[in-house]
Design a binder for this molecule. Structure first.
Ligand SMILES: *Cc1c(COP(=O)(O)O)cnc(C)c1O
Length: 421
């Protein structure tokens, strides 16, 4: 598409946007200094769907009116609340419903899944992460290594961009595995790199893991609800994600997990168990023996936290209605327009480290002009009621989200960036 630098043009794109109406289904932050919010951090905390607010209120009412009966009560019975997310999760991640489950939060799930899938031996004990891994993933991997009596110093292997580059190359991961694959127990890698916004070739990562006999776990925090995923076909051993970023389920909402079908077989008891992983039909008989649930639900431990799970239900309802293909189509145009505007207006001063051919919503901007202080620029944007985020040492992340951001938001961002500069 031939883009134009005008508010009129942005308005025309909005008028032609088949999913523009979903913007109205979200609550936006406050107007400040007479300026409406330009919210571009759906990659950090998605906005509140009005449906989520409504549903949570309804659950409070149910609790009030029915007490424990709420577990069985008509709409959204608490007993099966986690399962009510499965169809949505399966669609978004390209998995079977039996391979996904809503439970816990992301880092907790990484640990629980590593309890099953990181089983180091004297020969095979290393975990490969990427050099700019999200801190929580790094801490989780290092502590797992330590818990198994190994030393993270030798146990943690980093896949890094080459000197002077910012993107991860799959060839370099292949080279690491050629060299030391026999000692690698697990690849713990992101679907979308949180700092640069690079979409990793997840199919290739999974194939490399298989080739070298390593287990593969994907962290989809920045992938789910953002880009196409095909977990069943790629077949990593496990994956996990949070729901408060692109899925808009609210701060600390219940996350998701995937376990490949081949591990969800009767007889596989390599999990930490709790009563919620017991077969539902006989769970409340309170037996001394554990009867495993089928599928990924076997990894559940506890009674689902209804108030943090209900917004996930609302989110899945919205995503299933809109559909990822429509979102992706708009997202490419929306982020493409942002990229084009930034380049056209500020190309001499501001660049991006996000690869054009492997990205979702997010653009990671860097100030090239040494006379401009990036952090000061970021602060000035915030004063103008723009919400991007700042990542040390020099990145401003902006993520126009197709579910609720408009082309006018993107244009307005460029306007305020002009002002800020
Ligand atoms: C957001 C994010 C997390 C956060 O983990 P929580 O357990 O939900 O706090 C972890 N890893 C990655 C890659 C993330 O992007």
């Amino acid at each position: 598409m031939q883009f134009e630098d005008s508010r009129d043009f942005a308005a025309r794109l909005d008028a032609a946007d088949p999913i523009a109406k979903y913007r109205e289904q979200f609550n936006f932050p406050l107007i400040r200094g007479g300026r409406r919010p330009v919210y571009l951090v759906g990659n950090s905390l998605g906005l509140q769907p009005k449906l989520a607010a409504l549903y949570v209120e309804q659950e409070m009412q149910k609790w009030k009116d029915y007490g424990v009966e709420g577990f069985f009560h008509a709409d959204r019975p608490w007993l099966s609340l986690a399962r009510q997310c499965a169809a949505g999760f399966a669609e978004l991640t390209g998995a079977l419903q039996s391979e996904v489950v809503a439970m816990n939060t992301l880092t907790v799930n990484l640990h629980l899944l590593m309890a099953s899938f990181y089983r180091p031996t004297a020969e095979r004990f290393k975990i490969v992460i990427e050099s700019q891994a999200f801190p929580s993933d790094r801490y989780a991997a290092a502590s797992q290594i330590r818990m198994h009596g190994c030393d993270p110093e030798s146990g943690l292997v980093e896949w890094a961009p080459r000197d002077g580059e910012t993107q991860l190359r799959i060839d370099d991961l292949a080279a690491i595995l050629e060299a030391e694959g026999d000692s690698v127990a697990l690849l713990l890698l992101p679907g979308v790199q949180y700092y640069t916004g690079q979409v990793i070739d997840m199919a290739a990562v999974c194939a490399l893991g298989r080739k070298h006999g390593c287990r593969v776990g994907l962290d989809l925090a920045h992938g789910v609800g953002n880009v196409e995923l095909a977990l069943h076909d790629w077949a990593p051993d496990f994956a996990a994600w949070c729901t408060y970023k692109y899925l808009n389920a609210g701060p600390g909402a219940i996350g998701g997990a995937f376990v490949a079908e081949r591990h969800c077989q009767p007889g596989n008891l390599q999990q930490l168990h709790g009563w919620w992983g017991h077969d539902e039909a006989t769970r409340f008989k309170m037996s001394k023996t554990f009867t495993p649930a089928a599928g990924a639900e076997l990894w559940q431990l506890s009674t689902p936290p209804v108030l943090s799970l209900t917004p996930v239900i609302a989110s899945m309802q919205l995503f299933r209605e809109v559909g990822l293909p429509a979102l992706r189509e708009k997202s490419k145009l929306l982020t493409g327009y942002l990229d084009w505007l930034v380049d056209t207006r500020f190309g001499d001063r501001i660049g991006t480290i996000t690869p054009e051919d492997a990205r979702g919503c997010q653009l990671s901007l860097v100030v090239k002009d040494r006379t401009i202080n990036g952090k000061a620029l970021f602060n000035r944007l915030c004063e103008l009621n723009v919400t991007p985020d700042w990542r040390e040492p020099d990145v401003i992340r902006v993520a126009p989200v197709p579910l609720y951001n408009s082309f006018d938001d993107v244009f307005e961002f460029a306007e305020r960036l002009s002002l800020a500069l």
